[in-house]
Structures are given as C-alpha cells and as structure tokens.
Design a protein around this ligand. Structure first.
Ligand SMILES: [Zn+2]
Length: 296
C-alpha cells in the first residue's frame, strides 16, 4: 500500500517487509488477546481455527527456553537424578499409553524447573511439559509424578492450548505471523523471540473447567496404561490443595473446579473404571525421599 490515509505517497522501504508485516499481525493478535481477557474470555467469540500440529510443536519448542528461564531454568537430567526421574516417568507415560499414538509422541519433553518455591506444572502446545522443583519435592512417590505429568500430557494431546488460542483469535493471527516471518528467511532470531514472548503470555492463560476435568481423566488413563496406580491422582490433588492454601494457586488448581469437586470426579472415575478396586499390578512406583536441602 503506497499511500497512507492522507493520500500522501511514501515509498516502500527496502527493509524486511515480511518481518514488519509479521510483527504487525502479531501485535494485533496480542491486543485482541489482551482486550478479550479483560472483558470476558467466556463470552469471547468462538472460532475453531486449528493450528497445525507442526505449528504447535514449533511454537512450544521456541517458547520452552524462555518459559524455563522464568522459573529458574531447566535442571539437566544428565547430572541431576530428580530431573532424570521426571524425564523417565514422563517418557514412560508417553510410550506406554494412548499418547504414543498422538502426533506429539516424539516431541514430548519433560522439564524439571529449578524454582523451589513455586508449586506448579504446565504444558506448552506440542509437547513441552514442565514441573517445578517446588511441586516435585512435595510429591511422595513416582505415581504422583505420573499423575501430574499425565494431566499435562492430557492437555497436550487434546490440544487445549491451541483450542484456547483459537478461541481468542490469537492462534490464527499468530499462525499468520509465524508464516510471514518464517517465509522471510534471514530473520529467524527475531521471529523466534517474538514468538517466544507471545507464547509465554499465552501459557499463562487458564484452561476451562472442562479442559481440566478432561486432563485429569486422561492423566489417570495414561498413568494406568503406563502401569501406575491412578489413585495417586487423589494425593496429587491434596498436595495442590495444600499449596493453594498458602496463597499461590498452582496452574493445576487455578481454574474453576474446586479441589473438592475434582477430588469427587476423580473418585467417581476410579469407581467406574475399577469397580473391584485398582489391580495390584498398577503400582505407586518408587517412594521418593527428598533430602532436606531440596525440600525448600
Ligand atoms: Zn491443567
């Protein structure tokens, strides 16, 4: 468009127009997203714009380092047994459950974040899953880790973030922005940081009540398929409930369902799936004995 609104001609500049266009589209996306959450996300216009699986993976991968950095950084599983355990339990859930048939299968990555105070777990689109040291050290056995990670895997497989983004229209705009930026070629770094900061904002959005229930249900299914006792999910809820009593509400409880409601729902799932009790083959896994030094 060579003319501005006053009719004056201005020449198109030789700099990277695609990048600028991408940036503008992204800004519009952020603005829409912000205004929408300020008004009322529930009444937001519903649109079903699915990002592609590849876009989800790419966004998640690009945002992961920034996400990690905000909570102390990822602990290296090569040198830390706790991080190694998180990766191991996560992998086991993904490999041995229905999640293995998802297109995210090879893209799952389970990060342990160094923040010892924040009690939280969350997932970015496409398979980047995070648990803080603050939450991990409150868990008492392997199956509780499986409950937390299974819940997050459930969000990923059901594409809750992408769905949510689509509802906020940001997903559509973002896909366009990413597409425009990426097609420009030599601006990969700037595109990446732009994408990262936006995804970072998106990751703080809250899932709906239905999404949370669905993630609980799927998490229990996946953990059981991987051989873990799904009653551990009840203990996870207790841990989260206690943590939220301290003022900070973990992601897994930040949304509408009251802990009691979710605990009831989990109980009824257990009753329905295991009318004769949970089979002995489903184990609570190894007990976790946290060193006092790692408990804070
Ligand atoms: Zn959740």
């Amino acid at each position: 468009m060579p003319y501005d609104e006053s009719g004056q001609y201005y020449p198109s500049r030789g700099i990277d127009g695609r990048m600028i266009l991408g940036g503008i589209i992204a800004l519009i996306g952020i603005t829409l997203y912000m205004s929408q959450t300020q008004v009322n996300p529930v009444t937001g216009k519903k649109q079903h714009i699915a990002m592609s699986v590849d876009q989800e993976k790419s966004l998640g991968l690009q945002a992961a380092p920034k996400m990690s950095a905000e909570m102390g950084g990822s602990i290296d599983p090569e040198t830390d047994r706790r991080a190694a355990l998180v990766a191991e339990v996560g992998r086991r859930i993904v490999n041995k459950s229905d999640a293995a048939r998802s297109p995210y299968m090879d893209n799952f990555h389970f990060h342990l974040l160094r923040d010892p105070k924040t009690v939280n777990a969350f997932a970015l689109p496409g398979g980047q899953v995070f648990i803080t040291l603050g939450l991990l050290t409150k868990l008492s056995d392997e199956s509780e880790i499986a409950g937390v990670l299974g819940h997050e895997v459930g969000h990923v497989v059901n594409r809750h973030a992408a769905e949510h983004m689509a509802k906020g229209q940001l997903g559509q705009l973002l896909s366009v922005a990413v597409g425009v930026g990426a097609s420009g070629g030599d601006d990969g770094g700037r595109t990446a940081s732009m994408v990262a900061s936006m995804v970072n904002q998106m990751s703080q959005l809250k899932f709906s009540r239905d999404d949370e229930s669905e993630a609980d249900m799927l998490g229990m299914k996946y953990m059981a398929q991987a051989g873990y006792n799904p009653t551990a999910m009840l203990d996870v809820m207790k841990v989260l409930k206690e943590a939220s009593a301290g003022g900070r509400t973990p992601e897994m409880l930040a949304t509408h369902p009251l802990p009691e409601t979710r605990i009831e729902a989990i109980r009824s799932i257990l009753k329905e799936d295991y009318p004769n009790g949970v089979p002995k083959a489903l184990s609570r896994g190894r007990k976790l004995n946290w060193q006092p030094a790692s408990e804070r």
